[in-house]
Write a protein that binds this ligand. Sequence first.
Ligand SMILES: [Zn+2]
Length: 310
Amino acid sequence: MTAVSSAERTQHNLFATASVDRCGEHRADPAWLAAQRAKAGARWLQFSADGRACVRAGHLAWLDAAAVATDAPANFLGLRAGVPLFALRAAAPPVAAPGVRWLGLREAAMVLDGVDAGLFAYARSLANWQDATRYCAYCGAPLRLVDGGHRALCDACGRMQFPRTDAAIIVIVEHGDACLMGRQASWQAGHYSTLAGFVEPGESLADAVRREVHEETGVDVLDCDYHSSQPWPFPASLMLGFTATAAGRAITLMDGELEAARWFTPDDIARGLVDGSLRLSSPMSISYRLLQHWLRTRAGVDLDALPRGS
Ligand SMILES: [Zn+2]
């Protein structure tokens, strides 16, 4: 069997297939950026103030340059097959053209292909950061967006702000023939998911995996391996997926974040899905992908093909 790389696994994660050349080496050059804007083929993705974008027939509905004011502030996303792509914040409440729907990222992800979902997530991530970063963290003066929206400059103190990404680990822990999942009290009945948490300052990813699993379940992790990653712009996370092995199965809910945690064998999962006692995270999520990977590699089971009850 050919080994699958983490890069290849990541490509299958939703929002991880933006497939544009971000042109980071050019976008700080205002003349280069202006030339991209002026190209007849440039395309614009319009966002409503609340972060929805236009979708038509299962694709992002891009505007051409004629529909966009020449001085409209825009985020440069990159080049796709030589076509400059921009994201534009719409000032007025959106009016949907025939056949066009304004959808939020979660809704849109259900109907878009991987490339368009990735572009939407990318544009949304940038907009989320801009919305949350209006003033200088050092001196409090208003910030000015530069570099096609990828940096924010403080003219008062000269410091540059960079887009923020919050690293979070998510892990499928195994012991023998079972994997560990937990649930929060606020979740729908029967919903279990792989364990996850934010990486803390000064912490390695492996230490974050060990700490989170221990804090949430009292289970000690012996070892872990990187699986794949997924941008998760709700509002600024990057999910870093791991597989891990545990030293034992005793569970103690240490920090109270989880209402319950359990070990599931492949049979437990199959049975729970049929009788409706187990609900999983959306197939959009890396949690689902990690479970899918575990079931396939450990038990030869295809999670997508398991029958679901009501
Ligand atoms: Zn400042």
